[in-house]
Design a protein around this ligand. Structure first.
Ligand SMILES: C[S@@+](CC[C@H](N)C(=O)[O-])C[C@H]1O[C@@H](n2cnc3c(N)ncnc32)[C@H](O)[C@@H]1O
Length: 287
């Protein structure tokens, strides 16, 4: 999970290759827009828009699209690629749009990277017109059969010793009791707690078959693999040999299938705010 400042640093670096590395976001963006089902002319806000996977699908559906992202590099490319939308660099936890300004708020693969998703959902609810829709996608974590690659990477890329020794007096931070990657049930719980209603959810599977271990190696190269392996210097050859050994354990009839999966979530801001003890938690500009 990242703060807006960390998101800027991280996503600025990969903005030019983002949709090449994460090859499935374009497809899921289109599915998320279809799942949201906006009418032509709807005022849509896409949060954490990246290179525009969701935003361009909303444009294709006739929406009037505003897109925000913490990364100025992403916003620069969005503006260049899609001059028909309004793109702004903005922290999703501190948006400056008025209450009820949008009919639809979307966020593709964003809630799981936010350090305070509840605050962002509260802002989304505030900016939605009564009866408006929120639509989100969430990557399902399924390391599963790629566990060998995590272990191999830890062996080759983990530093032998910390760059700076920990001060002895520094106490170990207590683990957060509910820390961990966001899952689909957790997101639905957040949506309900944030005052959204009429929740709907859809599973999406994105299997990617590759022709054996060499194809898996080649597939990873433009997705950051080249730089990582180059950083290994004289151990690069050893890493490649061990990688191909590990990949062989995944091959079935010569084919390796990478299992990418996501969930789509949709909910509605009720027409009228509830009263009494179930009232909405206040956003920055009230509920
Ligand atoms: C995983 S990418 C998803 C991009 C795009 N929605 C897609 O489906 O391809 C997450 C995006 O959220 C942005 N982001 C992260 N934290 C943010 C924040 N607090 N405010 C606005 N954008 C943020 C990142 O800069 C990045 O572009």
């Amino acid at each position: 999970m990242v703060t807006a400042a960390q998101a800027q640093a991280k996503y600025d670096r990969i903005a030019d290759r983002y949709e090449e590395i994460f090859f499935y976001v374009g497809d899921i963006g289109a599915r998320l827009a279809a799942f949201a089902g906006p009418r032509p002319g709807s005022r849509a806000l896409d949060i954490g828009a990246g290179r525009g996977a969701v935003a361009r699908a909303l444009l294709a559906r006739g929406c009037v699209v505003t897109a925000i992202d913490a990364s100025p590099e992403m916003v620069g490319r969005l503006t260049a690629d899609h001059p028909e939308l309004t793109a702004r660099t903005m922290d999703a936890a501190r948006p400056d749009f008025p209450d009820g300004a949008f009919d639809l708020v979307t966020a593709g693969f964003v809630v799981q990277v936010l350090d305070d998703p509840a605050a962002v959902l509260a802002q989304a609810r505030r900016m939605l017109a009564p009866g408006g829709t929120i639509a989100l996608s969430l990557e399902r974590q399924s390391v599963g059969r790629l566990g060998w690659l995590q272990e191999l990477s830890a062996e080759f890329f983990a530093p032998d010793s910390p760059a700076e020794p920990e001060p002895e007096s520094q106490p170990e931070p207590e683990p957060e009791p509910d820390a961990g990657p966001m899952d689909a049930d957790g997101l639905d719980t957040l949506l309900t707690a944030g005052g959204f209603r009429d929740l709907a959810r859809e599973d999406v599977e994105m299997p990617l078959p590759l022709e054996g271990p060499d194809a898996l190696w080649e597939w990873l190269q433009p997705r950051g693999g080249t730089e990582l392996v180059a950083a290994l210097g004289e151990r690069a050859g050893e890493f490649r040999a061990r990688f191909l050994d590990g990949a062989r354990t995944m091959a079935e009839d010569g084919v390796i299938t990478l299992d990418f999966a996501a969930t789509l979530h949709r909910a509605r801001r009720p027409d009228r705010p509830p009263t009494g003890r179930h009232a909405y938690p206040a956003g920055r500009h009230g509920g």
